[in-house]
Design a protein around this ligand. Structure first.
Ligand code: SAH
Ligand code: SF4
Length: 388
């Protein structure tokens, strides 16, 4: 299979174009079509000579994602004068081999950014399925299928921005103000969280290539400090990431502050127990400064007792990590439940008492905010039950 054009960095394209004896400015033109206009066909690149377009077509694929389903409010009415409100949007994409992956678009929290804000965070997937089999997670339920290629990671950002461009045009036609952004306006997504389906650090090379493209000024233009990679705890890859020149933020899916609890719910802990994970985090911390977050899903009767707050606080203080407490999202077919609200609040208070910076996700309607992997699981099961 051909490599996709959106898997290449500017430098790699320049080498290729030099070999074809094409002037350098042609690369700049190509990049503008890909990452500013976000076109979906070679034919749309009208200022590239036809023979060059033919050559590109012969040597590279040019894939886009097919939107299979979307959950969320039908029209994105961000910060409109009418008082419309942005809501979370979940996208289910079909890949060329018919695999399904998810991305989630999360609007900025007005409480954090003040009144009007066009900031958006996108949560992207890095694999189809996941091999790590955490007991509470929908993404790993049907195992691992394959790694995403760099372009499939990059394209999640572009496809959502394209979708938003179309929404904005519909809105501007409907509203008298008529001044919604077009697809040429500044980027919609300025924050990236690698927390969708899959274990990002198990697809290390493709992930890093995609992030180079998404970070570059000629590409996605998303600052490295605005990119958070979440891992279940792959210690050797955390060390490798510490040596990368880019300063990404790192989130550790801890979910247990002792080996006993982690072993129960996260098989990866048997391979890389806490001692090893903490040592790798310290190395990351040493190289990158204070850029660590612990994700801690609160699961009733598993990790939500007040006694657990003590070792968690000790780890957070040792690594200067912030703690994000996330009430568990129910997954169909799994026995786990989220604790009562007062249990969640008590756990948070216990951490704060021990001088740890912690937050608790409090939103009520968590249907579509549910962790990645759930929509895909539901639709795949539906598709399996529907005769072809
Ligand atoms: N594999 C990586 C990134 C993807 S999972 C990781 O594990 O970090 C992204 C986050 O969603 C992780 O913190 C994961 O533990 C969490 N998660 C998975 N299932 C969840 C559920 N049902 N409710 C709440 N969070 C969940
Ligand atoms: Fe994989 Fe992360 Fe889900 Fe664990 S929580 S199964 S590592 S996607």
């Amino acid at each position: 299979m051909l490599q996709d054009i959106k898997s290449l960095t500017r430098e790699e394209l320049e080498t290729q174009f030099a070999a074809w004896k094409q002037p350098k400015y042609r690369v700049a033109q190509l990049l503008e079509w890909l990452y500013v206009h976000r076109v979906t066909s070679w034919e749309a690149m009208t200022n590239l000579p036809k023979p060059l377009r033919e050559k590109l077509k012969e040597n590279f694929s040019f894939q886009t994602l097919e939107l299979l389903r979307k959950q969320g409010a039908p029209v994105l009415r961000s910060n409109t004068a009418e008082g419309g409100r942005d809501t979370t949007q979940k996208f289910l994409w079909r890949l060329h081999d018919h695999s399904l992956i998810e991305s989630v678009l999360i609007p900025a929290n007005p409480a954090l950014y003040g009144e009007a804000s066009d900031r958006h965070t996108l949560c992207v997937s890095t694999q189809v399925g996941c091999a790590y089999g955490c007991k509470f997670c929908a993404s790993g339920l049907d195992g691992w299928k394959r790694n995403l290629t760099p372009d499939e990671i990059v394209e999640q950002v572009l496809a959502v921005e394209r979708w938003h461009g179309v929404q904005s045009k519909v809105e501007s036609r409907e509203s008298s103000a008529g001044s919604r952004p077009s697809s040429l306006d500044p980027r919609l997504i300025d924050n990236l969280v690698i927390m969708g389906m899959g274990e990002p650090l198990a697809n290390y090379d493709h992930l890093l290539q995609a992030l180079r493209i998404l970070n570059a000024p000629w590409g996605g233009g998303i600052g490295a400090r605005k990119i958070t990679i979440s891992t279940s705890g792959l210690a050797p890859q955390i060390r490798r990431l510490a040596d990368e020149p880019l300063q990404f933020r790192l989130a550790i899916s801890l979910h247990g502050a002792t080996d006993e609890v982690r072993n129960k719910i996260m098989p990866v802990n048997r391979k890389y127990p806490l001692k090893e994970l903490v040592a790798a985090c310290e190395e990351y911390q040493g190289q990158k400064g204070r850029m660590l977050t612990f994700e801690y899903i609160l699961i009733a009767g598993v990790n939500d007792s007040i006694e657990q707050a003590k070792p968690l606080a000790a780890l957070a203080r040792r690594l200067f990590a912030k703690v994000n407490l996330i009430p568990y999202n129910k997954v169909e077919g799994l026995p786990w439940e989220r604790p009562a609200e007062e249990v969640q609040e008590k756990f948070l208070a216990a951490l704060e008492k021990q001088k740890v910076i912690a937050t608790l996700r409090r939103e009520k309607g968590h249907d579509i905010d549910a962790a990645c992997g759930q929509l895909r699981l539901k639709i795949e099961r539906e598709l399996k039950t529907v005769p072809a």
